[in-house]
Design a binder for this molecule. Sequence first.
Ligand code: HEM
Length: 156
Amino acid sequence: MKEAMAIAISLHVFAAVIWVGGMFFAHQVLRPVAATQLEPPQRQPLWVGVFNRFFPWVWVAIITLLATGYWMIFAYFKGFASLPLYVHVMHALALLMFAIYLYVFFGPFKGLKKAVADKAWPTGKAHIDRIRDMVGINTLLGLLTIAVATGGKYLI
Ligand code: HEM
């Protein structure tokens, strides 16, 4: 049991680091540089390429977070009834983050790919701006979730 919990929580934290760290890098580092150095016909295909490589990792991270998170809840905490408050809060924030990601993936990201294929740069910009805002929100939610998950147990 101890070994399984050690593996589950390691995988869980790997997934959180890859997802939240990737969003932080895209939003805070790559985006401002791309915005100042590239014109839309170069910048928008760059973002399609970046997301095409990053989003499969996000799917893996989400599946890993769900699988290991629920496994820990049922195997270690013996279900939702005896769950500490900070895990409930982590769970709720995580579901919100997943919903935002699903929206980005099936909404503006799909629209961006089509706009880039059609070379419709103004439409592409509108989709990129939406993705930027949503990824900014999810980065903050991710950091908050990590703070709740790690610091929460010392506060309650
Ligand atoms: C359905 C989604 C999720 C569920 C059910 C879930 C559940 C859990 C559970 C049961 C633990 C173990 C808590 C403990 O040992 O005290 C845990 C730990 C943790 N979770 Fe989640 N989690 C989810 C999503 C997330 C997300 C999205 C993040 C971050 C973005 C996250 C970050 C963490 C971290 C950093 C820990 C380690 C806490 C520590 O040991 O100090 N979790 N999670």
